[in-house]
Design a protein around this ligand. Sequence first.
Ligand code: NAP
Length: 529
Amino acid sequence: MTYVITQSCCNDAACVDVCPVDCIHPRPDEGGFDDAEMLHIDPRACVDCGACVDVCPAGAIVADHEMTAKDQVFLDIARDHFAEMAVAPRGRPFLAPAAYVAPQEILRVAIVGTGPSACYAALELLRTDGLNVRISMFDRLPVFGGLLRHGVAPDHPDTKRVAEAFERDLSPESVELFLNVEIGRDLSHDDLLRAHHAVIYAAGAAQGRSLGIPGETLSGSCTAADFVGWYNGHPDYAQCAFDLSTHRAVIIGNGNVALDVARILAMPPEHLAASDIAEHARLALTTSRIREIVIVGRGGPAQTAGTTSELLGLASLPDIDVLVEADREHIRPASRKTVLLAELAERKPHPGNRRIVFRYARSPISIEGRARVEGIRLRHYEDVELLDCGLVIASVGCRGIPIANMPFDEKSGTITNIEGRVIGADRAYAVGWMKRGPSGVIGTNKRCSAETIAHLLADFGAGRLEAPPEDAAALRRRVAQRQPNWLGREGWQAIDSFERAAAKGSARTRLKLVDRVDMVRIANGRSVS
Ligand code: NAP
């Protein structure tokens, strides 16, 4: 028997740490880890101990004899991986940071953000031997979780479970939450340095990139960040309205975000009944008249940016036709991804089903329409095609939002940094998408955060982090003065309990609050307005 890692792998590598026989790869210290779509268990080396199952935060590991037919392919993927590795090991290995000598002093660190990269950075500090550390975590929203709450698709509950593990492991004795507090507006970097040795920016990449083509400001055109924020109940997007009365939606870009958006648009509403999708979005999708979602890629099938595991998940959804518009013989079956896409090129649509269609070798030229979107012009080699549609969603990546007085690289949309040390700002560090741009999956941030923390601790050990003049009580006073509606851990727990209780009696895990004022009222023991 062997255990197998399946679709919801978060690459967090918690499993690697507990495996007694080192059979899970790539490890964070091995080449290929940063680019790995998922981790794999070597079926020849697994000793069936189940240690990995117990620690997997996403519930992604199953015993081979308990696998569903849908999961069977992941055993084949693991076998392929180890066969390939035997022939050609990949990439540059991670260089372990220099040994760190812990000073006696308590290290006080502020982390801006409460998403995965922020949490991994905090855990890395808490798990450092011999280090006495206190952490303040800030979020501009009154809720905890960042991307886990507002980015991960609502029908991926296993991935969202990672947030519960973070909350459990970030103990209140060492980690204080300051929610509904925006750094750069309510408090400055210098304010944070008054009470901390260092500040780590983990604010993610919240702004969707646009296409830069005519017609993008028409009603019916948006970025995936807008649409994802809307269906996930992000307070900044809850008031958006999307006209779903059109028969066709077009998504530009074919990464995992595009796949998430396509799935949510195509799913029969009853399939979202057990998700934590925002109620306004669930209701709007119930009356959607969209029948076809076209996913447009610039390159060919082999350049599809979505990962193999997400494509497999999409292709196996019931009641949705997933099709590839290309001749099968033009798709070279060089990888599992292209083999799958070639199979999809042969599928025939079922009358009555909604369909997701992948189209390739097309670049957007302009969005057309008088008052609102009526179509999109695409260049296909020498030809120009007009595809009629009422909704265009640009899913072409995202970028960080600059923070006041922090050096920012406009091109990459990140804080200017080298391996997480911010260039040109005092005692500032960066992790996650704010540091390296939007790449990788949830667990990729663990290695990324470890690199930054190694530098921070080296600076602390070398005496380069000045001791802060103020204590935690002074910080709390300053926060309360600048943002009287700030919430601590108890406030967030009250919101969390309220949302879970509101979903009682339904299949849903929670009914999300989507309004900041309501969140603060619930946190303070009042009812929603
Ligand atoms: P992505 O994977 O980088 O995909 C971006 C897509 O946009 C690519 O297809 C790219 O095509 C296309 N594109 C870029 N500029 C374009 C332009 N001007 N015109 C047309 N197409 C353009 O980004 P993402 O989908 O936003 O995902 C971000 C990260 O989050 C990824 O690492 C992803 O794996 C991760 N994520 C993971 C999950 C999951 O594990 N379930 C879910 C969501 C997101 P080209 O190749 O032609 O540049």
